[in-house]
Design a protein around this ligand. Structure first.
Ligand code: ZN
Length: 255
């Protein structure tokens, strides 16, 4: 039986979607709410906050009084952060800039308790071909990304070794359905039949040599879905031929 790993997350369009004031208004609401939920919900194992330290930095400029609360949640791996400083479009900038981006991001996140050791780039529009080499330089062995690879190039498998021109490689996973296929996760028969099972079938075909399916469940600036633990329990009770697991603190490699 395939395991479906549901990673609850917010994606944050920090640089282009809004002006700074709008972005910070949303960020203040979102992260404050997230902290309140995770501090009080033992059944909510973890949340991923888009792998970029800039939004933590920005938040604490506005709400410095929440620093210790945030630090505790990051230290306890209730909130996953890092390794990037910002989700830069890696095709547009110099390699040196990408290296510094990771260096700043990892430093800031480690000071807050941990930096996620995954080269996570969910929404950029192509991948710099030296990224595997750059990741390895930071002891990051895994990459997760959406765009920049044609379906034919995947050769029927979303999990592959991704090599830089210098021959250095990392393990990679292509989030074929994007970063939000599980955004509206629900246990209604209508959702299961109409959305969930077709998505899982698609992922299953492209993960034949692996028992685990990754189902990112979040979206742009979304608030934490507080009902996910209940929905996941209900999905498991329906015996759909999959084991649904809300991503917890033990299944991701961290620094
Ligand atoms: Zn985006």
């Amino acid at each position: 039986m395939k395991k479906v790993h549901i990673v609850s997350h917010s994606h944050w369009d920090r640089e282009w979607y809004f002006n700074l004031e709008d972005s910070n208004l949303l960020l203040g609401e979102n992260l404050t709410y997230l902290m309140g939920v995770l501090e009080n919900r033992e059944d909510y194992p973890s949340y991923s906050f888009d792998a970029q330290a800039s939004i933590i930095d920005e938040y604490l400029n506005i709400y410095p009084e929440n620093k210790n609360r945030l630090k505790k949640l990051i230290t306890n791996k209730k909130i996953f952060v890092g390794p990037w400083y910002t989700q830069a479009d890696s095709l547009l900038i110099n390699k040196e800039s990408l290296i510094r981006n990771l260096q700043y991001g990892i430093d800031i996140c480690e000071n807050f308790g941990h930096s996620m050791s995954v080269g996570y780039l969910p929404d950029i529009f192509g991948q710099n071909q030296y990224l595997p080499s750059i990741f390895k330089g930071f002891e990051i062995d895994d990459a997760i990304f959406q765009r920049g690879v044609y379906t034919d190039q995947l050769k029927g498998n979303l999990n592959f070794k991704w090599s830089s021109p210098d021959g250095i490689e990392v393990r990679a996973n292509n989030i074929y359905l994007g970063y939000g296929p599980g955004k509206f996760l629900d246990s209604s028969d209508e959702y299961i039949e109409g959305k969930l099972l077709p998505m899982l079938k698609k992922l299953e075909i492209l993960n034949t040599d692996c028992e685990d399916l990754l189902l990112p469940a979040g979206g742009d600036q979304v608030l934490i879905r507080e009902y996910f633990p209940k929905v996941i329990e209900e999905l498991n009770q329906k015996n759909l031929g999959y084991e649904f697991i809300l991503h917890g603190r033990t299944s991701l490699k961290i620094r």
